[in-house]
Design a protein around this ligand. Structure first.
Ligand code: GCU
Length: 336
């Protein structure tokens, strides 16, 4: 789904903000105290969100005249995403990457992003995640010791295995690797599979050792992790579009001066724009690479998958707060 057009205005706004910061920023940066923020993630370095974090670190350094640094710990060096979110939440780490699937266990509000077939298209996703609804969700967890300050697109997730999955019946008896999200676990069960949570960095060996029979993710993640060597059929039921987030502990945020917070937020916004533009390119490249490496894209009729997960919406909406949020998200999709 092309993202570039709606981004033009955003890029322009970012460019203006950058100009403003350059004009006023030089003296502010000179007077700034030195600070290093530690950011951990479980992604491989060429992951499209990992690239956004590298961009973020470069921007922070440049905007602060080298006074602010972001030290990145990639590849699960500091543990699984769940573990790094815990470290961050306790103030033992400044920032952690996290998919909304992992955040669901820390703050129930993130469960909404794990509902299947939530968004009509990429424009709807962008309007929600990068608009007021997303901002409110990201700021809502202060009482839990952290907030999210950046959001990143993560495409649509589909099943991959060593056989095509064309209908929910094909999932019967299959162990499917999932992120540790209660909503995702419920979704896979309703579709007929057996959900098995495994940290991202361990999925390759889980597939290899038969701990799982398949997994679900976006195309770049399937290709860049080489999961496709073990599971060559990518069946495009496109069940979820789960955003990624950059989280920071209250302790780390509060120790920054106003100028340092401004630099960080400016760099985060730039990294979001950068990542959205990069996404289309990497998605297209990954599809090409997959075909060359023997990967097979399978067309799927989504109707039976949508039908199978209807009870999930009924359960979710029983909570009035959930129902309200869902209405807001639906309204954003109809232009209301
Ligand atoms: C995607 C997503 C990551 C997530 C991963 C997973 O790659 O961008 O944030 O960790 O899926 O399935 O674990």
């Amino acid at each position: 789904m092309p993202l570039l057009k709606p981004l033009l205005l955003k890029s322009l706004a970012t460019a203006c903000a950058a100009a403003a910061l350059t004009l006023t920023g030089t003296t502010a940066a000179q007077a700034m105290d030195r600070v290093t923020l530690r950011l951990a993630h479980e992604l491989n370095q060429d992951h499209v969100v990992a690239q956004a974090y590298t961009h973020l670190a470069e921007e922070v350094k440049q905007l602060s005249d080298g006074k602010m640094r972001i030290q990145i710990f990639p590849n699960g060096q500091m543990g699984s995403t769940r573990e790094t979110v815990e470290l961050m939440q306790n103030g033992a780490l400044d920032m952690s990457h996290a998919s909304a699937s992992v955040l669901e266990s820390f703050a129930d509000i993130y469960s909404v992003f794990n509902l299947p077939y939530l968004f009509n298209d990429q424009a709807h996703f962008n309007k929600v995640v990068f608009g007021d609804i997303g901002q409110n969700i990201m700021a809502s967890t202060k009482d839990k010791g952290f907030v999210a300050i950046g959001a990143y697109v993560a495409g649509t997730r589909s099943f991959y295995a060593n056989k095509p999955i064309k209908s929910p019946a094909d999932l019967k008896g299959m162990k499917i690797r999932v992120q540790p999200s209660p909503t995702t676990l419920a979704m896979i069960k309703m579709m007929g599979g057996s959900p098995t949570p495994v940290p991202f960095s361990e999925v390759y060996s889980a597939l290899q050792q038969g701990v799982v029979d398949g997994a679900e993710n976006n195309v770049p993640s399937w290709v860049q992790t080489r999961h496709l060597e073990l599971a060559k059929y990518f069946s495009e039921d496109e069940h979820t579009s789960v955003p990624d987030f950059l989280t920071i502990s209250n302790t780390s945020w509060n120790k920054l001066s106003k100028e340092q917070q401004d630099v960080l937020m400016k760099a985060v916004k730039d990294s979001e724009t950068y990542q959205q533009e990069l996404w289309d390119k990497i998605d297209a490249e990954s599809r090409e690479k997959a075909k060359q490496a023997g990967g097979v894209f399978v067309e799927v009729d989504k109707a039976p998958f949508r039908e199978a997960v209807k009870p999930l919406y009924e359960e979710y909406s029983q909570n009035p707060e959930h129902a309200k949020l869902l209405d807001q998200i639906k309204a954003a999709g109809t232009g209301a």
